[in-house]
Design a binder for this molecule. Structure first.
Ligand code: TGC
Length: 402
């Protein structure tokens, strides 16, 4: 008998609109034709393939959930499905789309002036310009409130000093969205530069050619090797007054963007999981041990069944969150449920798939170890498991454990 495609077992297609299916099919075709053939080599060689960025732009995937300025204005479920299909190929490329669309472009679209939107968004949507999102600092990512990077007013300019770490694409980016503490909340001439209520964290758009900006790719990564993450130093980076994002004041600014990126991960991690399950399933039907396919063994079937269970539950949860998001009802705690569950279960599926593949499972003949290694990054960025447990715990108990 022919095995059904794992994503057709529960007819999830039937829950989608024609437009959503079209986005998904386009992303699946792109992932299969443009990413899969090169990804093992790129991962091995630690190569970020810049030319694919234009192609992602031409497909309309960059900032696809945003309205106007060359963006497609697609629904949250369509965007999630694109994340799923790209991450089925590699988490690095879904991460690129998240950093560009959910973080950098979202920040400009939500909080930027009209002039800032006109200057940056169209080129970013087309993949002609790359953005990065500089929030996390070297001492750790979980507590952005402790950031030490500062922006101080000097005449008509802002001057930024400090350091950021683990910033995706920072060495290839054209513009960095930089979150910094405004050291003088009252600003020049008594103006409250920190915004209403004196909130001290503000966002700035820093062209990466600005003197004093230096991004260095982090070496020695065993995860996300087809993607770039950097240390970034800001040494007296001088930018004009109008480089500040006028509509973001306080940490709710960057957190608003993190919500978007975390939502994409809810879907994306399920793509990596699907790819692992598909590899294990196919192998279980071919590989014979003790005179029959290993897939005919009860223990193997139990593993496959459990993997399918978590995959389908994860996708259904993602779809539910997507529908809530489209109604404007999705809460940060619900996103935490999805992010925690999707990444945790995707990792478990990857590990189980590896056992079914036996020794071959540790080689690049199968995508499973690459996905497992990538998912370790996904587990840590955009809020660790523990941060999401504590966000959920706070929503449940009303008590803050931070
Ligand atoms: P607290 O400091 O009390 O609150 C600050 C303000 O932020 C608001 N807020 C949110 N707003 C929107 N969405 C959310 N999810 C929000 N969470 C908090 C909050 O209401 C408050 O607003 P206001 O107006 O009263 O000032 O923070 P908290 O106690 O609410 O949060 C604590 C905690 C631990 C949950 C938060 O710090 C957190 O989420 N930490 C994890 C941060 C994180 O995910 N870091 C990883 C960054 S990864 C990254 O940057 C991606 S880059 C990828 C790449 O470059 O490759």
């Amino acid at each position: 008998t022919t095995a059904p495609r794992v994503d057709q077992v529960f007819d999830l297609d039937g829950l989608l609109s024609d437009e959503e299916r079209a986005w998904q099919q386009r992303a699946r075709a792109f992932a299969q034709e443009r990413i899969l053939p090169i990804i093992e080599d790129d991962f091995e060689q630690r190569h970020f393939r810049r030319e694919l960025v234009h192609e992602l732009g031409a497909q309309g995937f960059l900032g696809m959930h945003l309205e106007g300025y060359g963006c497609a204005g697609a629904g949250a479920v369509s965007y999630g499905l694109v994340c799923l299909e790209l991450e089925a190929a590699d988490s690095g490329w879904r991460t690129f789309v998240s950093v560009q669309g959910s973080l950098a472009m979202s920040a400009i679209r939500r909080y930027g002036s009209e002039e800032q939107k006109q200057r940056w968004l169209l080129g970013m949507a087309r993949g002609e310009l790359i953005g990065c999102f500089a929030l996390t600092e070297p001492q750790g990512g979980s507590d952005p409130a402790a950031m030490t990077t500062t922006a101080r007013r000097d005449g008509d300019d802002w001057v930024i000093d400090g350091a950021k770490r683990w910033i995706g694409l920072a060495s290839v980016a054209d513009v960095a969205v930089v979150w910094a503490r405004v050291d003088d909340p009252t600003g020049p001439e008594g103006e409250n530069a920190a915004g209403e209520g004196g909130a001290a964290v503000r966002g700035f758009l820093v062209p990466t050619t600005t003197p004093g900006y230096a991004a260095t790719p982090i070496e020695g990564k065993l995860s996300m090797r087809a993607s770039v993450q950097c240390d970034v130093v800001f040494d007296g980076v001088r930018i004009p007054a109008d480089a500040m994002l006028p509509e973001a004041s306080g940490l709710s600014g960057p957190f608003g963007c993190l919500n978007e990126a975390r939502y994409g991960i809810v879907w994306g991690a399920m793509g990596a999981a699907r790819s692992c399950l598909e590899a294990a399933l196919e192998r279980s039907r071919e590989r014979e041990v003790f005179g029959r396919p290993i897939g005919a063994n009860q223990l193997t079937q139990a593993k496959l069944a459990d993997m399918l269970l978590e995959l389908e539950k994860g996708i259904l949860l993602a779809l539910h969150l997507g529908r809530l998001k489209e109604r404007g009802q999705l809460t940060p705690a619900q996103i935490s449920v999805g992010k925690l569950n999707s990444v945790r279960e995707a990792l478990e599926i990857a590990h189980q798939a590896r056992t079914i593949l036996g020794g071959d499972g540790i080689t690049s003949a199968y995508p499973v170890m690459r996905h497992a290694a990538n998912l370790e990054s996904v587990r840590t960025y955009e809020g660790t498991d523990e941060i999401h447990q504590l966000i959920i715990g706070r929503a449940l108990t009303g008590l803050n454990a931070f």
